[in-house]
Design a binder for this molecule. Structure first.
Ligand SMILES: *[C@@H]1O[C@H](CO)[C@@H](O)[C@H](O)[C@H]1NC(C)=O
Ligand SMILES: *[C@@H]1O[C@H](CO)[C@@H](O)[C@H](O)[C@H]1NC(C)=O
Length: 486
């Protein structure tokens, strides 16, 4: 009897009928009481438009503990709150990383967590960055106590190639149990060496004991220039799967090479202006849950927003083989791309053919309207299905080329997709749920998995820049939403 029951649930999970819908979205509004207050709005680079300030969220491999990290509303000190993964209520005491300037990524373990922050180096540190500019650091806590801390920039980290700081923590932290490695991919600005004063990105690996390890073909002191978008996901061995949005005209799968060279795979052509390419992975406070691995496979899925590409010209600065494009649309649409493994895109690369009119024929679009789409994220339910989410603005005003837009918020949308690159069912939307932290897959046994994420329950005003009346309130309550397929 029992065997039959399990089998029928299993076939239900695999059947086409099991599709996400609004009725499968469960909310836990204001469920998590925080000990400290949190400012949920972050001003975007260049535009000042409101973004959700990221609250990293992670669940341990045994499913017994969850953690939420958030920046104190004073904008100094990162707090990590243990969360009951069934009720989303607080449990245990808050751990505070004193001096942390942003919570940049979180990994949950059965006995604790690791958190990526940026913070000023202790005064008197030789060769520290000027003006107390924060430097990325990885902390490991075991049973509530700090076990180690490892600097991922500053003096002693690739000194000869140029020392790095991270005034803004934009990037992500992942962990592979098989590789026994943490990987962090983040935006940096160098303060010594050839790239001094320039923005780029860095990939660093740390072993289980907190030792920074330099891995040939994986560690990177300087990869993509002026990076405003990172997507990063663990693999069974280094290099981990990585994607960057650079300031020259492309989004690269750069697992091979870690840079912005055409030794990588060109996922997309994007119009770039003033260092930006349309906040493809969320811009400021983004760069999480943009790349997800299908469970028990080598496959990955990447979601981003794009204005499309036309009129391909040579990029004279980069030289032969590199291109610039014009954007096709005013607002941004949502797209996704599949990879059969961490190095290989399914289907064609984006064109680099100078003179081509069409620069985006390889893109698998989810939306095609005139609304502006932003804040795209993706998470996989299991080996086959994933959900892509984004926010929309109706009748958008896009004042700044290659940046975000403003206008009336028109909901957070959800679309199921599968490993074949197909949309499954129809999208649906919610006006009062947002995605503001990592989308985490909760394995619930043989039959199903659900995907949950944190957000702050609030009015979401995307009509104006933060300084002009956009919400700047703080909160001591966090909400969660979960999406089931069954
Ligand atoms: C991006 O598009 C704008 C016009 O919308 C254009 O002025 C600019 O040159 C384009 N960027 C590149 C790198 O071609
Ligand atoms: C290109 O995008 C900019 C905003 O980045 C917008 O102002 C412009 O109208 C767009 N061009 C087209 C052809 O839609």
């Amino acid at each position: 009897m029992r065997g039959t029951f399990i089998l029928s649930l299993f076939s239900l999970a695999l059947s086409a009928n099991a599709v996400i819908s609004k009725s499968k979205l469960t909310t836990y509004v204001d469920v998590l009481a925080l000990d400290n207050s949190f400012g949920p709005v972050k001003e975007a680079y260049w535009t000042g438009y409101p973004h959700h300030r990221r609250t990293p969220f992670a669940v341990s491999p045994d499913g017994k503990s969850a953690y939420l990290a958030y920046l104190d509303s004073s904008e100094t000190d990162v707090h990590v709150q243990k969360v009951n993964p069934k009720t989303f209520k607080a449990t245990g005491t808050t751990v505070t990383v004193t001096g942390g300037k942003e919570a940049g990524g979180l990994v949950a373990h059965n006995d604790g967590f690791a958190v990526l922050v940026n913070e000023a180096m202790p005064s008197g540190t030789t060769n520290a960055p000027p003006s107390n500019t924060p430097v990325p650091a990885l902390y490991r806590y075991t049973d509530g106590k700090q076990t180690w801390k490892t600097w991922l920039g500053g003096p002693g980290v690739h000194d000869s190639e140029g020392r790095a700081a991270s005034p803004d923590m934009n990037g992500d932290l992942v962990y592979s149990e098989k590789a026994g490695l943490y990987g962090a991919y983040f935006v940096v600005t160098d303060y010594s060496g050839d790239a001094s004063g320039h923005y780029g990105d860095s990939i660093e690996y740390v072993n289980k004991n907190g030792k920074l390890v330099t891995i040939d073909g994986a560690t990177s002191a300087w990869g993509c220039s002026h990076n405003t978008g990172i997507a990063f996901e663990a693999a069974d061995a280094a290099p981990f799967a990585s994607i960057c949005a650079e300031d020259q005209g492309a989004i690269w799968l750069n697992t091979k090479g870690q840079g912005m060279m055409n030794t990588g795979v060109k996922i997309s052509n994007e119009n770039t202006t003033n260092g930006a390419s349309g906040e493809p992975m969320g811009g400021m406070s983004g760069s999480y849950s943009a790349l997800a691995r299908f469970a028990d496979t080598s496959r990955y899925i990447f979601a981003w927003v794009s204005r499309g590409a036309k009129d391909v010209t040579e990029n004279e600065w980069m030289g032969d083989g590199y291109t610039n494009v014009q954007n096709r649309t005013n607002g941004r649409n949502v797209a996704f791309s599949l990879f059969s493994d961490k190095y290989t895109k399914v289907g064609a690369q984006a064109t680099s053919k100078v003179g081509a009119e069409d620069g985006d024929s390889q893109v698998n679009w989810i939306t095609s309207g005139t609304n502006d789409c932003s804040n795209a994220h993706v998470a996989a339910f299991g080996p086959v299905n994933a959900v892509v989410t984004w926010e929309e603005i109706s009748n958008p005003t896009c004042d700044f080329i290659a940046m975000g837009c403003r206008g009336k918020f028109a909901g957070t949308h959800f679309q199921e997709v599968n490993k074949k690159g197909e949309k499954v069912g129809v999208s649906f939307s919610s006006d009062d749920i947002y995605v503001a932290g990592d989308m985490v897959t909760f394995n619930e046994g043989l039959n199903t998995a659900k995907i949950c994420w944190p957000y702050v329950s609030m009015d979401w005003d995307l009509s104006q820049a933060v300084g002009y009346g956009g919400s700047s309130s703080t909160t001591k309550k966090m909400s969660f939403a979960c999406l089931n397929r069954l």
